[in-house]
Design a protein around this ligand. Structure first.
Ligand code: C2E
Ligand code: MG
Ligand code: MG
Ligand code: MG
Length: 279
C-alpha cells in the first residue's frame, strides 16, 4: 500500500513538474513582453533614521502592473528572471529608473536590490556609473543591497567587483542579514557599509527572548565593524521602540510606511513633513 501510494504521488509529481515547466516558459515570455511594454513599475518604501524618525531615503521594490492579474510582487518574477537571464536587462532598468527617481528627491538616498547574478556578470560598475551620470545624482546617494549569497559564489571575483563598485563612491548593504548561513568572516572580506537585519528577527522581537539577543548581537557586530545597521520589517510600535532601544541606525517597515507608488510617496512626504514625529 505504501508502495502504491508512493508510485501514485510520484506520477502526480511528474505531472506537476510538467505543468510547472510549461507555465514557467509562459511566464518567461510574459516577462519579456512586460519589459518591452513598460509594465514594470517601481514602488518605494521609506527608510527612517531610527532615533528621530527623520525620513532618510527609500528602497526601490519591483512590481509588475499586469493588465489582468493586477499588481504582481517581485518574488516569482526575480527567480524566473534569474533562471532565464532576463535579470540583466530588468536589473539595468531598475537601476536606471531608481536613479532618475532619486534625481527628483535631492534629500533622499535610494536603495536598489541587486541579485548575485547581476553582480557576477561584471558589468555592474559600468551600469551604475552610467545610471548615476545620466540621472545626475551623487554616488553617495545610491546604495546597492546584496544578499549573503554573494559569498557562496566566486569569492575573489565578487570581492573585486564590489571593491570596484565601492570605489565609485556608492554604498553597499547586506540585505536579509542573518538568514544566509554564511560565516561572519565575509564581513571583513567585503567592503560593505551597512547591515539590514532580516525581518524574521524583527517580527519576533520581544522585550525578553532570543530574537532580542540576536538583534543586539548583530547591532554590536555592526558597531564593531563600523557598519550602519538597519532594522527592516518593523510592523508594530513595540518593535519600533525595541529597535530604538537597541540602537539600530535606521528603520523600515509597514508600521512606518508600506512600499508606495511614486505619487503616493510624494503625498506621504508632504503629510509627514507637516506632522510631529511619532517617536
Ligand atoms: P527585500 O529587499 O528584503 O525587501 C523587503 C521586502 O519586505 C519587500 O517585499 C517589502 O515589501 C517587505 N516589507 C517591508 N516592510 C515590511 C513589514 O513591515 N512587514 C512585512 N511582512 N514585509 C515588509 P517585496 O517588495 O515583495 O520584495 C521581496 C524581495 O524581492 C525583496 O526583499 C528583494 O529581495 C526582491 N526584490 C524586490 N525588488 C527587486 C529588484 O528590483 N531587484 C532584485 N534583484 N530583487 C528585488
Ligand atoms: Mg532589500
Ligand atoms: Mg531584506
Ligand atoms: Mg528579501
Amino acid at each position: 500500500r505504501a508502495k502504491a501510494e508512493r508510485r501514485g504521488s510520484h506520477r502526480f509529481f511528474d505531472h506537476e513538474m510538467h505543468e510547472e515547466v510549461v507555465s514557467r516558459r509562459a511566464l518567461e515570455n510574459d516577462l519579456r513582453d512586460a519589459l518591452a511594454r513598460g509594465e514594470f513599475v517601481l514602488h518605494y518604501q521609506p527608510r527612517f533614521e531610527a532615533a528621530t524618525l527623520t525620513l532618510r531615503g527609500v528602497e526601490t521594490l519591483l512590481r509588475w502592473q499586469h493588465p489582468v492579474r493586477g499588481l504582481v510582487g517581485p518574488e516569482g518574477i526575480i527567480e524566473v528572471a534569474e533562471d532565464t537571464g532576463l535579470i540583466y536587462e530588468l536589473g539595468a532598468w531598475v537601476l536606471r529608473n531608481a536613479c532618475l527617481f532619486a534625481a527628483q528627491w535631492p534629500g533622499l538616498t535610494i536603495s536598489v536590490n541587486v541579485s548575485t547574478l547581476q553582480l557576477l556578470r561584471g558589468d555592474l560598475p559600468e551600469l551604475v556609473q552610467a545610471a548615476l551620470r545620466d540621472a545626475g545624482i551623487a554616488p553617495a546617494r545610491l546604495e546597492l543591497e546584496l544578499t549573503e549569497s554573494v559569498m557562496f559564489e566566486d569569492r575573489e571575483r565578487s570581492r573585486e567587483i564590489l571593491n570596484e563598485l565601492k570605489s565609485l563612491g556608492i554604498r553597499l548593504a547586506v540585505d536579509d542579514f542573518g538568514t544566509g548561513f554564511s560565516s561572519l568572516g565575509y564581513l571583513m572580506y567585503y567592503p560593505f557599509d551597512c547591515l539590514k537585519i532580516d525581518r524574521s528577527f524583527i517580527s519576533n522581537l520581544e522585550p525578553e527572548g532570543g530574537a532580542r539577543a540576536i538583534v543586539q548581537a548583530m547591532m554590536a557586530l555592526g558597531r564593531a565593524l563600523n557598519l550602519a545597521v538597519v532594522a527592516e520589517g518593523v510592523e508594530t510600535e513595540g518593535q519600533l521602540r525595541l529597535v530604538q532601544t537597541i540602537g539600530c541606525d535606521e528603520v523600515q517597515g509597514f508600521y512606518l510606511s508600506r512600499p508606495l507608488t511614486a505619487g503616493a510617496l510624494a503625498e506621504f512626504i508632504r503629510a509627514y513633513d507637516s506632522q510631529p514625529r511619532r517617536a
